[in-house]
Ligand binder design. Structure first.
Ligand SMILES: [Zn+2]
Length: 277
């Protein structure tokens, strides 16, 4: 047989095998998904969720949707406890807030594999470099995220999950995950092209103003609502304003109406209306 013909057969076989394996994978994923969606949404899960400010306020169709998302989340992601045993409550509460952010998107954090849960805030060491001097600093953090892993302190998460507070570490870390979905962590989530300009203009304008106030450490006025941590960079700004959007929506809407509108359009949720606050 001609050498080029042999090569052609070889690549045809290789291509066919790849398509065959990929088809098998898709079939396997669909069977797995069907099995997960056939699982009952336990009474205990609903009991945990009833104590959050959002679950009972969701319209019936959204409640049904988020329950399905929670089942997919807790059955496809790996939960690892460090210094504690992972409970159903931890899984359901973390999944609930993560899925609330993506309630109207067709996604369940496909890149995310693992959620690590610590009992309390963690101490992390970071090496920083300035003017030829390396400094090793220790920071106390209640959460952290990378492209495929989220770390949560359960002490903070639980405290914030059942009441409307200023902060919500689960919402914060999962906003970073949404930020990662656009390819880089820069405060811009995946957006339609037509929305990009408006998002950058509104969010980054407030980010710059907050930065100025934080640098001078005076004339905080309404920027006090956002706090100095939001001035760290654009990604932290996006995570913090999302926390405020869900946790203190009325205050955010009053003082930052454009920012509120932008987030409302992105998440397709109106917390002020939903919670009737
Ligand atoms: Zn952050």
């Amino acid at each position: 047989m001609d050498y080029s013909l042999k090569l052609l057969y070889f690549f045809a076989f290789l291509g066919g095998s790849v398509i065959f394996i990929y088809t098998l994978y898709i079939i396997y994923q669909n069977i797995k998904l069907k099995k997960i969606l056939a699982l009952p949404f336990k009474k205990e899960y609903k009991e945990y969720l009833k104590n959050t400010p959002y679950y009972e306020k969701l319209p019936p169709q959204d409640k049904e949707k988020i329950e399905k998302s929670i089942l997919i989340f807790i059955n496809t992601k790996q939960f690892i406890g460090i210094g504690l045993d992972i409970t159903e409550e931890m899984k359901v509460i973390i999944a609930f807030y993560a899925c609330l952010l993506l309630l109207h998107k067709n996604s369940c954090y496909e890149n995310l594999n693992t959620i690590i849960v610590y009992p309390t805030a963690m101490i992390v060491s970071m090496l920083s470099h300035s003017n030829g001097i390396y400094t090793k600093d220790k920071f106390l953090i209640d959460g952290q995220s990378s492209n495929d892993t989220v770390i949560i302190s359960w002490h903070d998460a639980k405290k914030e999950a059942y009441h409307l507070r200023y902060n919500n570490v689960i919402i914060h870390e999962f906003t970073h995950e949404i930020d990662f979905m656009s390819g880089e962590i820069n405060g811009v989530p995946p957006l339609e092209k037509s929305k990009y300009h408006e998002w950058v203009q509104i969010l980054f304008d407030d980010f710059k103003k907050l930065n100025n106030v934080a640098l001078k450490n005076r004339d905080w006025n309404k920027y006090k609502i956002l706090g100095s941590y939001a001035a760290t960079n654009e990604a932290e700004f996006f995570a913090v304003v999302t926390e405020r959007f869900f946790e203190s929506p009325k205050v955010l809407k009053k003082h930052f109406p454009e920012l509120y509108k932008e987030l409302k359009e992105f998440y397709e949720i109106d917390p002020v209306k939903l919670l009737q606050v």
